[in-house]
Every structure is written in C-alpha cells, then in structure tokens.
Design a protein around this ligand. Structure first.
Ligand code: ZN
Length: 293
C-alpha cells in the first residue's frame, strides 16, 4: 500500500503563510449539536425530555451569552449547526447571522455519515444545506463531521456541491488541500486536544459520563496548546459545544483564555470560511506562479 493508492491525496501549499504576515491563526468553531446529538446516539431519546433539555440549554441559555462574549472581545466564530437544530431554533440561527458570524454545515440530525450509505449521505447534505440556506440566505461553504465520520465519498459530495472546506481531518496543524479525482477542498484541520468533549463530556447522551474537569485545567491545556501552535506557526481550531462549554463557569474561563490570546498582535483571527477562502486564493496564486514561471 502506498499513499498514492489512497482515495484522496494531500496537497500542502509550498511557502504557505498566514494573512497579513501573522505568525499563527485562530478560528473558533462551535458545534451547536443541541437536541440532535442525543437523538443521533439513540432515536428513543426523541422522547427523553431531560436529554433533550440538556442539548437545548446550549441554544436557549448558552448561545446568547457566547455571542456576547465573542462580540465583547471581538473574536470571530463559526457555528456548525445541524439542520434539525436550526429548524427547532431558527431565532438562534438568525442571532448568529445578525452578530456577523458564520453558519456552517453539521449534518441534519448529527449523523455520523460513516454509518450511512451514499444515498443517505447525499440526502443528509442536501437537507442540511436547504435548511441553512433558507434561514440565512447563504449556502454553507463548509462542514465539520459529526462524530468525525468521513470517507472519500463525503469529500466527493462536498466538491460536487461546490463547498469550499472540510474541517474534520488531523494530519497537519496548518491548512492543506485534500484532492480526489473530482476536485479539491481546503482542509482546516482539527485536533482532539482542542475539543471540549475530552474535558467536559459529562452529558447524559451520547456516551454519558462523569467528565467534569476543573476550568483551570482546561485553561492550562488550551493556553499551552495556543502557545505551542504560535511557536510552530500552526492553526488553533476548536470543537466547542455550547451545551458543555456554555456553562457559566466555563464561559468565564473562556473570557480569560480569549483575553490572553488576544494580547498577542501576531495572531490572525477569522472564521473558517474566511480562512478557507484565503487558503484557496493562495493555492490558486501558487498554481499561477508555477505556470507563469
Ligand atoms: Zn457535533
């Protein structure tokens, strides 16, 4: 087996550099799973009022506070919202848009597409896109995989739908391109160290457990990872969940963390869509240089 036999290829940009000569980049991603995650974990949870209400906390209580935090500290953000959650909370989607942030694709019912056949996967992408487009007036340009389920057909589908980026893979910590015979996408890589589920996944469903780290523990891990990424010129992307990280003590911790990160003037901040557009333009300029040179 050799890498060229894989169903997708990786293309890294030669001489990749961050916008405006910055040293590293931060793109804050929220996975607004709401009521969808418990139902995706077990359809019987559609009748489990406590589990549903725990998810709804992320929309009803946490999201307005999180939007205030982002506005106060001028931190751009991208909100990955399943279509089902957008239908239940259209006003929340409008609030995100009104605040000037990105609404991105996160499936319909938080499906792990790795478990679907290709027709089902296509239906999920189309349904999520239709719902978000109707609510926001804009087609979502990017996707992050619920449950990190992703395969070659998913990349092909996103390319066919004209999407710009995926944010689910982990091979590098700077943006790169993933290419299939159908075309290419910008990959904005994620990491589990910046996923709040690893520290605060004490929810009822799915995989309910008693994980409730002290906030200072999370602050230390995320601050240190930011410093490491800044040293190496990497990309700080987050997988934050409003129903977990939107608890009051954790929002206050996030205020401290963002304030610290904002104290450096060599960091580029933007949405995933902004960053993906920048990477795509840089890839095209590089290709043009190659042709003219
Ligand atoms: Zn999710």
């Amino acid at each position: 087996m050799q890498r060229q036999d894989l169903p997708y290829q990786i293309h890294r940009l030669p001489n990749f550099h961050w916008p405006e000569g910055k040293r590293c980049a931060v793109a804050i991603g929220w996975h607004v799973d709401g009521e969808s995650a418990p139902i995706a974990g077990d359809p019987r949870n559609a009748r489990h009022l406590a589990a549903l209400s725990e998810g709804a906390y992320g929309l009803s209580t946490a999201l307005p506070r999180l939007l205030d935090l982002h506005q106060e500290l001028e931190v751009p953000a991208s909100f990955f919202i399943p279509g089902y959650v957008a239908e239940l909370h259209p006003e929340s989607v409008r609030q995100v848009m009104a605040a000037g942030y990105e609404v991105a694709h996160h499936g319909y019912l938080h499906e792990n597409v790795f478990t679907l056949d290709e027709a089902e996967e296509r239906a999920v992408f189309q349904r999520g896109t239709q719902i978000l487009t109707a609510l926001t007036g804009q087609r979502p340009t990017g996707w992050s995989a619920p449950g990190w389920g992703l395969r070659a057909s998913t990349l092909d589908l996103m390319i066919e739908m004209g999407m710009l980026y995926d944010s689910s893979l982990m091979e590098y910590d700077t943006p790169y391109l993933v290419e299939t015979p159908r075309g290419s996408l910008v990959e904005l890589p994620i990491s589990l160290i910046l996923d709040d589920w690893e520290l605060f996944g004490g929810s009822l469903f799915p995989n309910g457990g008693g994980v409730n780290a002290p906030v200072d523990h999370a602050y230390q891990i995320w601050r240190d990872e930011f410093e490491g990424l800044r040293f190496y010129g990497g990309l700080f992307t987050t997988t934050f969940h409003p129903n977990l990280l939107g608890r009051p003590s954790r929002i206050r911790m996030l205020h401290r963390l963002f304030s610290y990160m904002k104290s450096f003037d060599d960091v580029w901040w933007g949405t995933y869509a902004d960053l993906a557009a920048y990477v795509r333009a840089q890839a095209e300029n590089t290709a043009a240089d190659r042709h003219s040179g």
